[in-house]
Design a binder for this molecule. Structure first.
Ligand SMILES: Cc1cc2nc3c(=O)[nH]c(=O)nc-3n(C[C@H](O)[C@H](O)[C@H](O)COP(=O)(O)OP(=O)(O)OC[C@H]3O[C@@H](n4cnc5c(N)ncnc54)[C@H](O)[C@@H]3O)c2cc1C
Length: 520
């Protein structure tokens, strides 16, 4: 057991600088300023602050805005995608709050596409009956990330610390969170099991986990490398419950590139504009699977593609955007056009794009209440992709996750501000952390295990096999005397993998993204 000397204290620590973490910090700072309350907020990111999944969001942000659309229609679409496993109260609450959240973004200066008449250019995506996706060409996330970071920088109450990896979180008997973080880590640096000098000790009264997804647990994912499920493991260790962690959404159209694990995403909005999925023979196959054809929800499209891939014994199908005008492609999808040209030499105005389903989004996660508070752990919040709020049910509707992160950030901020007004600043106290044990885990082994046995179509035998393989590998793995951050993440990925297998084996029915051939 070690004692830390390099200690700091904040009212609130927010782990993560994606949409959820940044929006929480802004709402907290705004609420404190409005009520003349002093507050100290620490915002940390494992890598650069912009290195988030948020930055890569392409399609946009869903919120009802036009006269032809309605809250009821957005609710129906969300429930339909989620196969009815959603929490109706939360779905309604989020969808009704979404237009105000868009106004907050506009107030903070977001630059989104407009039509010639000056109104916002709303588009349609898979599973949406109406055009309600606010966007900035095909790089909405980039615009959102920049806007939020700019707004954060306007508050003296927010300290932003990049390249600061949180590696341990404990809670003492008085309810204070104690956090160990490594600042300015490098890929070559290793740390002894009992860290002393290299770690910072941070304590806080309220803690927000906005650590994003867990895509790196699969061999092919659209997620950034930071997505190793850190918040899932921290929350589990603090006593939180995980909900539906095996509800993994596979995006139907990842760009097929052989030998690449990080996969470039071809947004659904391209299908929204009229692009069509075709099999090896060039057949528009989706109408055989669903009346909504290429615009059916993601789980249906992903399974249809896998079925076509199996039938034709190829590794991919095609997305045909050649029916779209070149001006539409250049105006709405300039980044996709460039990426396809650079990566595969394909001109999407003239050639079909090879695509396949890849891991994309974690619909389940840390179970939270309607304010983002973690069920069973006081003063702990989980906002963004890491949380299971009840909005997505068994499958997330496209463009519903950025908006979820923003509205829950607002609700959680109110809760935290109210709780903090009763608190006085925490005195810095010495704290004895438990040692961090890291085992030598092969990342590829974990990724292959999850991809082979917990993919789009599962069987109970495969799930048991995957769980056994992982458990066996861990039992036989050596405890590392010195570990790098990547090795620490590998150990984390193993723990996340085990949780996914256990959750999948506990599911009793097929719903949305969850599909086990042995269940009804
Ligand atoms: C390619 C792509 C396209 C998408 N398109 C859309 C879209 O159009 N519309 C939509 O609604 N959704 C979209 N999504 C989903 C959406 O982008 C994500 O769900 C959302 O951005 C997640 O935000 P977040 O704040 O929860 O996490 P992220 O944005 O992923 O941020 C996670 C943060 O946590 C930090 N972190 C993690 N672990 C630690 C640690 N141990 N210590 C310190 N910091 C840590 C990271 O450094 C990072 O700052 C897309 C996702 C991808 C991958």
């Amino acid at each position: 057991m070690q004692m830390q000397s390099n200690s700091t204290s904040y009212d609130v620590v927010i782990v993560g600088t994606g949409v959820a973490g940044l929006a929480t910090a802004i709402y907290l700072a705004e609420a404190a300023a409005l009520s003349n309350q002093t507050i100290s907020i620490l915002l940390v990111s494992k890598a650069a602050a912009t290195d988030t999944n948020t930055s890569w969001a392409q399609g946009g942000i869903a919120a009802v805005a036009s006269d032809e659309d309605s809250f009821e229609a957005h609710i129906v679409d969300t429930l339909d995608a989620g196969a009815g496993k959603n929490d109706l109260h939360i779905v309604r609450k989020v969808i009704e709050a979404a237009p105000d959240a868009m106004q907050d973004l506009i107030r903070w200066g977001i630059d989104l596409d407009k039509k010639i008449d000056g109104t916002y250019d709303l588009v349609k995506e898979g599973g949406h009956q109406f055009s309600r996706i606010w966007h900035k060409a095909d790089s909405t996330g980039n615009s959102l990330q920049a806007t939020l970071m700019q707004r954060v920088s306007q508050f003296k109450s927010i300290v932003c610390s990049e390249n600061t990896a949180i590696v341990q979180i404990e809670k003492d008997a008085h309810g204070t969170f104690h956090i160990q973080a490594i600042h300015n880590h490098t890929s070559h640096q290793t740390y002894p099991n009992l860290i002393v000098e290299n770690c910072i000790h941070i304590q806080c009264a309220q803690l927000v986990l906005s650590t994003g997804g867990l895509g790196m647990v699969y061999a092919k994912t659209t997620n950034q490398t930071i997505s190793t499920g850190d918040g899932i493991v921290f929350a589990s260790q603090l006593g939180a419950t995980m909900k539906d962690l095996s509800f993994i959404q596979f995006h139907p159209t990842g760009l097929f590139e052989s030998n690449q694990s990080g996969t470039y995403l071809i947004t659904e909005a391209l299908r929204g504009e009229g692009a069509i999925l075709r099999n090896k023979e060039g057949v528009d196959f989706m109408p055989q699977y669903d009346a909504r054809a290429s615009l059916a929800p993601r789980d249906i499209v992903s399974r249809a593609i896998m079925s076509e891939i199996k039938k034709s014994k190829t590794e991919y199908v095609y997305l045909d955007a050649t029916g779209l005008s070149a001006s539409t492609i250049l105006k709405h999808f300039p980044n996709i056009q460039t990426a396809c040209l650079e990566k595969l030499g394909i001109d999407i105005c003239k050639q079909w794009i090879p695509v396949l389903p890849v891991q994309h989004y974690t619909c389940g996660g840390i179970q939270v209440d309607e304010f983002g508070g973690v069920v069973g752990v006081d003063a702990l919040f989980a906002i963004g992709e890491v949380a299971s709020t009840g909005l997505h049910g068994a499958n997330r509707l496209a463009s519903n996750s950025l908006i979820e992160g923003i509205v829950f950030a607002k609700w959680a901020a109110v809760k935290m501000i109210n709780a903090l007004s009763h608190d006085t600043a925490l005195p810095i106290s010495a704290y004895h952390f438990k040692p961090i044990i890291v085992k030598q885990i092969d990342r590829a082994l974990v990724q292959n295990c999850l991809s082979n046995y917990a993919g789009i179509e599962k069987t109970s035998a495969d799930l048991r096999k995957g769980l056994n393989e992982l458990s066996h590998a861990y039992q036989n793995a050596n405890v590392l005397k010195y570990w790098s951050l990547k090795e620490w993440e590998n150990d984390l990925l193993y723990q996340v993998g085990i949780l996914i297998f256990k959750d999948a084996l506990a599911q009793t029915e097929n719903k949305g993204v969850f599909f086990n051939l042995d269940l009804e």
